[in-house]
Design a protein around this ligand. Sequence first.
Ligand SMILES: [Zn+2]
Ligand SMILES: [Zn+2]
Length: 141
Amino acid sequence: MKAVQILKPHELHIIDMEKPSVTEKDNVLVRMTAAGICGSDMGIYHGTNAAATYPRIIGHEMVGVVEETGPGVTSLKPGDRVIVNQVTSCGHCYPCSLGRGNVCDNLAVRGVHIDGGYREYIPVPESDCYLLPPLFPTGMR
Ligand SMILES: [Zn+2]
Ligand SMILES: [Zn+2]
């Protein structure tokens, strides 16, 4: 599958990488359908984003369709449209214990600290997905 990778500042490539599969029981495989281009993506490209590490598959504002679910997934099914949370948090540090995963001590942002959504497929935990309504209400297709 194809992905957009910034190898180092000012060097962006379309790369080929192996299509990921669902390896964790609570994971879903999301087929990406859209990803925003953010000002921070520009910073990662230009080398002015202090948080970014390279090489990096960028893309932290992501929408897609669930293609496959792990055996432990209960709230999503293939065909569901989802937004993928850009923030990954550890779930057990002090901020996480207060429900503030956005400022987790071990925070990693997809597309910044870890690989993000500018690719055809991304595997993510079910809990990192927010269900969206269908594009058209039933019966309008
Ligand atoms: Zn952004
Ligand atoms: Zn945490």
